[in-house]
Design a protein around this ligand. Structure first.
Ligand code: C5P
Length: 310
């Protein structure tokens, strides 16, 4: 059973002070874009195989998020012996690893959807979301997809009203960055400031731009509290961000904890031109024109190999 799940960018990422449990309360606006990983779950003996973009960096042990997701589903449903889900998981990656695009979370969400189908467990989207939230902060969104507001540590997801299709260029950087390290750098930067960070709140102007299908307004209101921290750990991002303005992007932002940059284009043609210009400038390791929003995790091939999803 094969499912796919999308990468995300954060249109708004507002971070509160650190909590007692090592996480930060957030207000974020997630946006799923057309770059997908595929995960196949089949009967097996606990094997994990990873192929594609950055495969060598993906763990194949119990820390793999797809493995953790399948185990959590097995525990919740009793469909397979807990601790030994008896499946073979094959992950086909196109989303770069540790890039701020929630690729690991996409793999977990796709694995949940595929295993739910393989075992005919019949869990609803809401039930899968509850399991997803225990696996990682961004997994519930990878199930939901579209454009959505995330609260708590990001796992409380509510779909947002958004019109239109937005065209982006993703600019991938060399090397990845640990999400935890970027949050820690953000805390250190804030410690030097006289006043503590305010409680995060939703940017209503950004939400109005999304409701109106207003790409220019959206570009003006993109905001990421982790951006300064990501740049401090990855100074080359400064040049990559500046190139967005030079080449007429409506807005440029570090995606999540980085180091991927997301450039908002005027339309599909501008996205192709922007991608070519950014590639020519050499500010990114690779570029990918994508569009959003796209749906969350869904089955694409069943046991018979017949197409079942979009
Ligand atoms: O939940 P996830 O495994 O994606 O989080 C990875 C790390 O990112 C956490 O261990 C934590 O250090 C940091 N994080 C955070 N606040 C959040 C989400 C993640 O501090 N809301």
């Amino acid at each position: 059973m094969t499912a796919r799940a999308p990468a995300k960018v954060n249109l708004q990422l507002s971070v509160g002070p650190p909590r007692g449990d090592g996480y930060h309360d957030l207000v974020t606006v997630y946006h799923a874009v057309s770059l997908f990983d595929e995960v196949t779950v089949a009967e097996g003996r606990g094997q994990v195989v990873v192929a594609g973009e950055g495969a060598a960096e993906v763990p194949t042990d119990d820390t793999n998020l797809a493995v953790r997701a399948v185990r959590a589903l097995a525990r919740a449903t009793g469909c397979a012996p807990a601790g030994s889900p008896g499946v073979r998981i094959t992950i086909s990656k196109r989303i770069p690893v540790a890039a701020g695009l929630a690729g690991g979370s996409a793999d977990a969400a796709a694995a949940l959807v595929a295993a739910n189908e393989l075992w005919r467990a019949g869990l609803s989207q809401g039930e899968l979301s509850q399991i997803a939230a225990t696996v990682g902060s961004d997994v519930a969104f990878a199930l939901t997809g579209g454009t959505a507001v995330g609260m708590g540590r990001g796992e409380r997801v509510t779909s947002a009203l958004a019109h239109g299709t937005y065209h982006w260029v993703l600019g991938f950087a060399d090397g990845g960055v640990s999400t935890g390290a970027v949050y820690a750098a953000c805390d250190r930067i804030r410690e030097r400031r006289p006043s503590p960070p305010a409680s995060p709140s939703l940017d209503l102007e950004l939400m109005a731009a999304l409701r109106g299908g207003d790409a220019t307004g959206l570009g003006r209101h993109l905001h990421n509290d982790l951006q300064a921290a990501a740049v401090s750990l990855h100074p080359a991002l400064r040049r990559a961000l500046a190139a967005g303005e030079e080449y007429g992007a409506l807005g440029t932002i570090v995606s999540g904890s980085g180091p991927t940059c997301a450039y908002l284009a005027k339309d599909a043609r501008h996205a192709r031109d922007l991608a070519a210009a950014l590639a020519g400038e050499g500010v990114c390791r690779a570029v990918a024109p994508v569009a959003g929003p796209v749906p969350g995790a869904c089955v694409v091939r069943g046991a018979t190999g017949a197409g079942e999803g979009s």
